[in-house]
Design a protein around this ligand. Structure first.
Ligand code: UDP
Ligand code: MG
Length: 156
């Protein structure tokens, strides 16, 4: 949390668009199919910088805590089982308007609705196995980054 509170890359650039950090997961369906590099390339092509990255495998308790906001949804059990089924890659992406930019690069939740060229259009298998997670707002980005990374692990 301390690292997050101290982060203020905009303090000396008031004329520039806001630099943000967002949290990303490359999900089990993508790591299993060896798509980590292809997905990272999409982030970098969009101008997002990888300022933290690690490959981990979640426990069921960790998956349930991370997706707690969805605990009453019908897909919650299946989602958590999927998220622990293979390793994932958790990352912090930094750039101008990073939260919205990442959501744009990801594409719609359901790959059938995703725009051409987006990660989910190109790689996702289904609405559940949809290759990537991305934070949806500044508050959730800060919480999700702190859930997986210490301040020392964020190297901008
Ligand atoms: N999900 C699902 N079925 C649904 C909606 C969502 O399996 O009908 C899964 C999917 O993996 C999605 C995740 O739950 O990415 C979180 O859902 P959310 O609505 O937050 O979508 P996202 O923010 O990932 O686009
Ligand atoms: Mg979401």
């Amino acid at each position: 949390m301390l690292g997050q509170r101290q982060f203020n890359p905009n303090s000396e650039r008031p004329d520039k668009m806001a630099i943000q950090r967002t949290f990303s997961i490359i999900k089990p369906d993508a790591t299993k199919r060896n798509l980590t590099g292809a997905i990272v390339a999409k982030f970098e092509e969009a101008g997002l910088r990888i300022v933290a990255s690690k490959r981990i495998q979640l426990t069921l308790a960790q998956a349930q805590q991370f997706y707690g906001v969805h605990k009453d949804r019908p897909f919650f059990g299946e989602l958590c089982e999927f998220m622990v089924s293979e390793p994932i890659v958790v990352q912090v992406l930094e750039g101008e308007d990073a939260i919205a930019k990442n959501r744009e690069v990801m594409g719609a939740t359901n790959p059938a609705d995703a725009a051409p060229g987006t990660i989910r259009k190109e790689f996702a298998l289904s609405i559940g196995e949809n290759s990537v997670h991305g934070s949806d707002a500044p508050e959730t980005a800060a919480e999700e980054i702190a859930f997986f990374f210490s301040g020392l692990e964020l190297v901008g």
